[in-house]
Ligand binder design. Structure first.
Ligand code: GDP
Length: 301
């Protein structure tokens, strides 16, 4: 079994390629929940949903969120009635958020709710939220704190940010399921997800660094030069006090990583890094990168 640490875009693109070579039931994916948010009374877990939908074969891989071919009747009705639903939520996608919100209100664990959604959607991979208690990534704009979703979706990342703040009522702990998966894996892959908003929240969960220290860990950089392939990772890395590059990413992960992969186009070599074509423009490119990652894992010392 191979374990992955994932956000909602870069690592799912790699998982799409891994699925070409491995059975879903041989994969465990530890997923970031620090972007979770309650909207219109329901619970969105954007990265968890993307990973579930990918394995269920229903993900919209044009946007890497939501369900392919979904309709937006409820969302449009909410807006028409003056509602402030700043995330465009599809109708079938919303059904998942409704069920999850209900279950969480009944006191169920996010891990169990996720497992139950996976069962009904026919997902065979183990999809594991990093923690069962809420953690939220906020950004400080200088005029106050914004939820990451407010920053990125409502404001389209167009407000300057000074600092990244992780907020939680209690210290986040990796769930027993996450620790079992990380400890029992034949190797762990940190996919090319946003180091600040997707990977760090997982690394900050109690128990994760210790579990990774015992494992062979491969990480793929989401940066080429001083730009991420997509999204706000550069601004977030700066606000996190890190260089927005592959070198900055490698330094952030530090000793936890045994093999760091950077793109063949990256102008600055990270010491000891392996070069691969990491631009997953389609399923074939995802499959090719996945094959190289698997080969590195197979040859691990
Ligand atoms: P989020 O939860 O939607 O922010 O998604 P992730 O954190 O999983 O992924 C976002 C990161 O994926 C960004 O920093 C991108 O640079 C990176 N990314 C997206 N597509 C690719 C790709 O094809 N190759 C690489 N190397 N990185 C990618």
């Amino acid at each position: 079994m191979i374990a992955f640490l994932s956000g909602g875009t870069g690592t799912p693109k790699l998982l799409r390629g891994i699925r070409v070579h491995r059975e879903d039931r041989d994969l465990a994916v530890v997923v970031n929940t620090a972007e979770d948010i309650w909207i219109s009374g329901n619970h969105l877990s954007p990265d968890v949903d993307t990973v579930i939908y990918l394995f269920a074969g229903i993900l919209d891989t044009g946007t890497w969120w939501g369900i392919r071919g979904d309709t937006f009747v409820t969302h449009e009705a909410i807006l028409a009635q003056g509602g402030d639903e700043f995330i465009r939520i599809g109708d079938r996608d919303r059904a998942v958020h409704v069920l999850r919100g209900e279950a969480l209100r009944r006191g169920e664990r996010l891990t169990d709710v996720t497992a139950s959604l996976c069962r009904t959607l026919g997902v065979e991979a183990r999809v594991l939220p990093m923690a069962d208690t809420p953690v939220t990534t906020l950004v400080d704009t200088g005029e106050g704190l914004l939820h990451f979703q407010e920053y990125w979706v409502r404001h389209r990342g167009k407000v300057p940010i000074r600092e990244v703040v992780r907020s939680s009522r209690e210290e986040p702990r990796a769930t027993p399921e996450v620790l079992d998966a990380l400890r029992g894996a034949d190797g762990v892959v940190i996919g090319p997800s946003n180091p600040v908003t997707s990977v760090s929240p997982i690394l900050e969960c109690r128990g994760v660094p210790e579990a990774l220290a015992e494992q062979y860990v491969v990480a793929v950089s989401p940066f080429i030069g001083d730009r991420p392939v997509s999204g706000p990772a550069a601004a977030l890395m700066q606000a996190f006090g890190r260089e927005p590059t592959s070198a900055g990413t490698a330094a952030l992960y530090g000793d936890l990583v045994d093999c760091f992969i950077q793109d063949i186009r990256d102008p600055v070599q990270v010491e000891g890094a392996v070069r691969c074509d990491t631009l997953m423009v389609d399923e074939k490119a995802s499959g090719a990168l996945a094959e190289q990652v698997l080969r590195i894992l197979e040859k691990q010392p």
